[in-house]
Design a protein around this ligand. Structure first.
Ligand code: SAM
Length: 292
């Protein structure tokens, strides 16, 4: 992605080598966010979850999409939730505050993990939100550890969907929920690049809704519901595209995490949805109870 582009690197996570996708960020993401906060008149001294919302919900519809997803979930205080591909930690911190639950966040990109840990600390939430680096397809958690799991705009980079779903299924308790937002494959043809998850198609693995349904079902998930959110995403992309065209992007926004290619990526994302090349999905399912 745009900032300090480097070739793919490997980073140590425990004693395992984690392959870092080269399309995600390097550099001091935390400092970039702090600088933008200061530019918009905020300091990290009395930071709130709301202050960070414009930048730390790292998906096209931002905080609104996280909140709408949360509105559809039943999470009790004290439950343990897993956020796979947690980015800089906005959804994890929001869930912890809103529901009084404990959240484990895991992400493959060291620069995002570093920012997520430091922002969580600045907000005084480190006792309930634990962030670590790792690969969502090889989760460092025990069987049946979580009451629910979320993966917001992450699956586009997951090549082996079935193994990924099996891994999530393994760490969920019986009846645990799994909620996903993603760009699925549409029927309008090849997608325009660059997009936020891939500069040229490398590492991009979109599936149509029926295949995702099939993989989830084969893995042992039930109550599978896949909703098309194209209309909402189209409106959101139109708004951002207009702000870019008018050079009115606020200093604090997810473009800080996307880098210099943000305008082209946003424009292509909008076209891809418009031309039905991608289909934004909101997905809910639960782990079967009778597995245990
Ligand atoms: C668009 S961002 C979404 C971040 C976060 N879920 C949010 O909504 O704010 C996608 C994230 O997925 C992470 N990611 C991609 N592949 C991953 C994998 N195999 N394991 C864990 N994280 C991964 C990236 O590092 C990036 O932080």
């Amino acid at each position: 992605m745009g900032h300090n582009k480097t070739p793919a690197v490997n980073a140590e996570a425990g004693d395992k080598l984690v392959k870092k996708p080269r399309y995600w960020d390097d550099g001091d993401v935390y400092q970039r966010i702090v600088d933008a906060l200061q530019a918009s008149g905020k300091s990290t001294d009395h930071l709130t979850v709301e202050d960070l919302a414009p930048v730390d919900h790292f998906h096209a519809r931002g905080f609104r999409a996280t909140r709408e997803l949360a509105d559809r979930l039943n999470i009790a205080p004290g439950q343990r939730i897993l956020d796979i591909g947690c980015g800089v930690g906005g959804p994890a911190r929001y869930f912890a505050k809103r529901f009084g639950c404990d959240v484990d966040g895991i992400d493959i990109t060291p620069a995002f993990v570093d920012a997520a840990i430091r922002l969580t600390d600045d907000l005084g939430l480190s006792d309930v939100v634990r962030i670590q680096q790792g690969d969502g397809t090889d989760l460092p958690y025990g069987d049946a550890s979580f009451d629910g799991a979320i993966a917001l705009h992450v699956t586009m980079n997951i090549a082996d969907r079935q193994s990924f779903f099996q891994e999530v299924h393994r760490v969920l308790k019986p009846r645990g929920f799994f909620a996903i937002t993603e760009h699925g494959a549409g029927y309008g043809g090849d997608i325009h690049y660059p997009v936020p998850w891939s500069s040229d198609g490398t590492g991009s693995y979109l599936l149509p809704a029926d295949e995702t349904h099939r993989y989830l079902s084969m893995t042992g998930f039930e109550n599978i519901k896949i909703d098309d959110r194209s209309a909402e995403y189209r409106v959101a992309y139109q708004k951002v595209t207009q702000l870019i065209e008018e050079d009115r992007l606020p200093s604090l926004g997810v473009h800080l995490l996307i880098g210099d290619d943000a305008p082209a990526m946003t424009e292509n994302s909008a076209r891809n949805v418009d031309e039905k090349r991608t289909s934004p999905h909101e997905i809910f399912c639960t782990k079967q109870a009778e597995d245990y």
